[in-house]
Design a protein around this ligand. Structure first.
Ligand code: OFO
Length: 173
């Protein structure tokens, strides 16, 4: 496997694992706030991020590369409001989208066509990842301090099931 790509993919694998850790932390913040629906939504997001990490692991191994796990940074554990938590999630997904785009640029530069093709799934996925969070942020801005609105949104988000995750069923599985 191209060593530059291998090292960049290992670095990105760590970013996906951090995403998982961040959303698990948010799930526990929501559980502590008795917002079980939002906690469920974040637990599903946690699972999804682990699936993203698995994809990078499988690709590196399939190409006879070497997966090197690094330390995962400690995520934030408290937020001042559900809006702040979901805004952080949206900002984080935008950052991950930039990282994926930078990996595509690198794959092109290194003429690694297999890596480029692999990354296209993530390019599409990131559109979904941002689109999943954006309306929640918008609704929370509308809700402000209205507890009835917050409870209704919590109820709605609790209905998320693993099959409704970004991109629906995993086409690459
Ligand atoms: Fe892995 O997409 Fe979110 O971070």
């Amino acid at each position: 496997m191209n060593k530059t790509i291998e090292s960049a993919f290992n670095e990105h694998l760590n970013a996906e694992l951090f995403s998982a850790y961040l959303y698990l932390s948010m799930a526990n913040y929501f559980a502590a706030e008795n917002l079980e629906g939002m906690a469920t939504w974040m637990r599903i997001q946690f699972d999804e991020e682990r699936m993203h990490a698995d994809k990078f692991i499988d690709f590196i191994n399939d190409r006879d590369g070497r997966v090197i796990l690094e330390q995962i940074d400690k995520p934030k554990s408290d937020w001042s409001s559900p809006l702040e938590a979901f805004q952080d999630a949206l900002d984080h997904e935008r950052l991950i989208s930039q990282k994926i785009n930078a990996l595509v640029d690198l794959a092109v530069k290194e003429s690694d066509h297999a890596a480029n093709t692999f990354l296209q799934w993530f390019v599409t996925e990131q559109v979904e990842e941002e689109a999943n969070v954006q309306p929640i942020v918008g609704k929370l801005k509308m809700i402000k301090d209205n507890s009835m609105g917050l409870l209704m949104l919590d109820e709605q988000l609790g209905q998320r099931s693993p099959n409704d995750t970004a991109n629906g069923a995993d086409p690459a599985a």
